[in-house]
Ligand binder design. Structure first.
Ligand code: DX5
Ligand code: ZN
Length: 214
């Protein structure tokens, strides 16, 4: 089976967002990755619900929202209302993870759980039966364009083994530093949804680079 590709619009041109959205739609990518940062959980501020609402009006793509915010549960219903199809929050955030998963499912979206590089897979285990996707960060969250952390590969392998042994149907998403080389390492370790920003936007032909990631 092919990998799925989720394009991070953190690398898009905010002044020409609609043009970049059409570029993504025509690239063969499966999802649009929407990175929300609050300047507290990570040392960067990106965008939030108003932009998601606007994006949702002009595209039918699957909106894959990655919340890098301190108290995600406060905002989950808003993101659901404004069109998120998947909502992923960090286990290291202040929100109770079970309550956040429940709140996401109440919006009708799929629930994703994200782990920062320093967080072991064991912390996700209690929630594995309730989530729809596991996001293993392959850079420290906060900025696009960082180098892939190869020391995350054992964690991807461990999660993949756990999912297989327990007959679960949970795709592993990887995010950060994904390109034509690192995608192979992630795929071999068991990841199947590849988030990429700078690699895809730096290539003139986005369709060709998306197909490389597949
Ligand atoms: C980082 C974000 C990523 C980022 C990936 O905190 O979660 O989604 O946009 O960007 P690249 O592909 O440039 O590493
Ligand atoms: Zn992300």
């Amino acid at each position: 089976m092919n990998n799925k590709v989720s394009v991070s619009i953190l690398s898009a041109d905010l002044m020409h967002m609609e043009k970049d959205l059409h570029r993504i739609e025509n690239s063969g990518a499966d999802m649009l990755h929407f990175d929300v940062m609050d300047g507290v959980f990570v040392r960067n501020i990106s965008f939030g619900q108003p932009l998601l609402k606007a994006v949702n009006k002009v595209t039918d793509m699957h909106l894959d929202v990655h919340l890098m915010i301190t108290d995600p549960i406060k905002y989950i219903s808003d993101f659901g209302k404004f069109g998120a199809d998947t909502i992923t929050f960090h286990i290291e955030s202040q929100s109770d993870a079970s309550a956040a998963i429940k709140a996401i499912k109440e919006t009708g979206a799929k629930a994703g759980l994200a782990l920062k590089p320093g967080t072991p897979f064991s912390e996700a285990v209690p929630y594995m039966k309730d989530i729809d996707m596991l996001l293993i960060m392959t850079v420290e969250p906060g900025f696009g364009g960082q180098a892939f952390m190869a020391d995350m590969l054992p964690k991807i392998r461990e999660a993949h083994e756990y999912i297989t042994c327990n007959s679960l149907d949970i795709p592993i998403q990887v995010d950060g530093g994904i390109n034509s080389e690192t995608v192979k390492l992630c795929r071999d370790a068991g990841a199947s949804i590849m988030v990429a920003g700078s690699y895809l936007f730096s290539n003139e032909d986005m369709k060709a680079s998306v197909s490389t990631l597949k």
